[in-house]
Design a protein around this ligand. Structure first.
Ligand code: NAP
Length: 475
């Protein structure tokens, strides 16, 4: 059985207290590795390594840092197959998906910020004959990056790439459920020429080492992606020390289908936005809102497509869906399906665990629920969608905005004016019109309401990981 280590000061080392936790393969339900359950002692080591590395890394010319990050992006591409295989085994997602999306996007994150940092400029204001103001953007020092299990390397790299590009040193923690690709990244960063101590990766439990990273006075900013309940704790802890904090949290995203849409396209993409990655993407559209006039037609076509989905071994290229990440997550998903039935929902497809080793669940489609029932308000984060009717645009907007979340929304319509109108009325940080999950990394990314605070992506992230200093010179 594989035993992985922390990556501190450019070296793989055992956790100081020698505590480990099991890492389970969701595809088989069997333990396949053990990972450090890091403690304060490991964190202190990582903090001192990062503080020693900071002067050299932060003063290194941006184009030199850029070359190291480009090299890291190259190495991720060179190791695509192995990383994708590990990610699939760790998370339960199909190998083909990890190979086509997760790992290429992780490489793209490093490449994007390797380029962004050499094009990043700060502002200057000239008051003719009086003064010149310019704003220097200084890196913060040591920063903490904490990521979830659903898109392991992709979300991990999305945080650490801008932090490193800006000249910060990083202490990062992947989810204890999916540590393997972050573990592999340590070695690749070394091969890319990253100086020791710049990137430190600690494994272990969120409540233990995750909380300790947030609490430590040395971490000057916390970039966190995860659930809203955890985000609340992280935000409250970080604010005690006035730390900068970015929270990317949960969602209950509406997928609004108007009767004037391209129905074939709406159905095809809605199947993907409901069930890609077993529905374990924060941006999945878990509430499909359908205009009355096409409700029956959409339903029939959608359910027919869902019936074709294959749930199976993550290593099999024919599997559309793999396994859910853990037994406890599967239990949570199943409990919501049972709740939906109690709440008066009718199961149109799925609704059951698949009886084999591992954590497999059928893609599940439910209709007939009240818009205000728990199934329609709470994040399930699995392969479960509800179909809901609406009469007109106002009702679609009202239902869309009826949850505490505001992460993303998809709108299907051929009416350009309506597309703009509804986009501006829905309370979502990310809106897709006639598409889903496409994105330009320069755009700000994040949610409204309980889906988080701050925005990641593009220059927003470089600003987050830096401190502005205004310098005023009298002319
Ligand atoms: P989670 O339980 O909140 O955990 C997220 C990360 O935080 C994990 O690394 C976790 O460690 C760690 N953690 C737990 N308690 C902590 C604490 N007190 N202090 C510091 N760190 C702590 O979320 P998850 O179940 O991994 O991920 C699913 C959630 O993430 C969903 O709600 C989903 O919508 C959200 N998400 C949001 C986005 C976005 O961009 N908005 C993207 C992806 C996912 P352990 O794993 O060891 O507990």
């Amino acid at each position: 059985m594989q035993k992985i280590q922390n990556f501190i000061n450019g070296e793989y080392i055992d956790p100081i207290k020698g505590n480990y936790i099991d890492n389970v393969d969701p595809g088989t339900g069997k333990v396949f590795a053990s990972i450090p359950n890091s403690t304060q002692e490991d964190l202190e080591k990582a903090v001192s390594a990062s503080q020693c590395a900071f002067p050299e890394w932060s003063s290194m010319a941006a184009d030199k840092r850029s070359r190291i990050l480009h090299k890291l992006a190259d190495l991720i591409e060179d190791n695509l197959e192995e990383l994708a295989r590990m990610e699939s085994r760790d998370n339960g997602k199909p190998f083909w998906l990890a190979k086509a999306v997760d790992i290429p996007r992780a490489s793209a994150n490093f490449r994007f910020y390797a380029s962004a940092i050499v094009n990043f400029s700060s502002e200057a204001q000239v008051s003719e004959g009086f003064m010149v103001n310019y704003t220097r953007r200084a890196p913060l020092g040591t920063v903490g990056c904490i990521s979830p299990w659903n898109l392991p390397l992709y979300l991990f790299s999305w945080k650490i790439a801008p932090a490193l590009a800006m000249g910060n040193c990083v202490i990062a923690k992947p989810s204890e459920l999916t540590p393997m690709t972050a573990y592999m990244l340590g070695e690749l960063s070394k091969e890319a020429g990253m100086p020791a101590g710049v990137l430190n990766i600690l494994h272990g439990e969120g409540k233990g080492i995750g909380q300790a990273i947030v609490e430590h006075t040395a971490t000057k900013a916390i970039s966190f992606t995860g659930g809203t309940a955890t985000g609340k704790i992280v935000g409250a802890t970080a604010s005690q020390q006035f730390k900068k904090v970015s929270l990317e949290l949960g969602g209950k995203n509406p997928n609004i289908v108007f009767s004037d849409c391209d129905l074939e396209e709406a159905v095809k993409t809605s199947v993907k936005s409901s069930f890609t990655n077993q529905g374990e993407i924060c941006l999945c559209g878990s509430r499909i809102l359908i205009e009355d006039a096409i409700y029956d037609e959409f339903k029939e076509k959608f359910v027919k497509e869902c019936q074709k989905l294959v749930v199976g071994d993550p290593s099999d290229d024919n599997s559309n869906l793999g396994a859910l990440v853990s037994e406890s997550h599967l239990q949570k998903v199943d409990s919501y399906v049972k709740l939906a039935i109690e709440e008066g929902g009718r199961i149109l497809h799925g609704g059951n665990r698949i009886e084999k080793d591992g954590f497999y669940y059928e893609p599940t489609v439910i209709e007939g629920l009240d818009e205000n029932c728990r199934t329609n308000l709470e994040e399930i984060f699995g392969p479960v969608v509800t179909l809901n009717r609406f009469k007109d645009e106002n009702e679609a907007i009202r239902i869309s905005n009826s949850t505490r979340y505001g992460l993303s929304c998809t709108i299907w319509t051929s009416d350009l004016k309506r597309a703009h109108r509804v986009s501006h009325a829905v309370q979502s940080g990310i809106i897709w019109v006639n598409c889903w999950l496409v994105r330009d990394l320069r755009t700000p990314f994040g949610g409204m309401k309980d889906s988080g605070i701050g925005r990641e992506g593009g220059n927003e992230a470089l600003r987050f990981f830096s401190e502005p200093q205004n310098v005023c010179i009298k002319l």
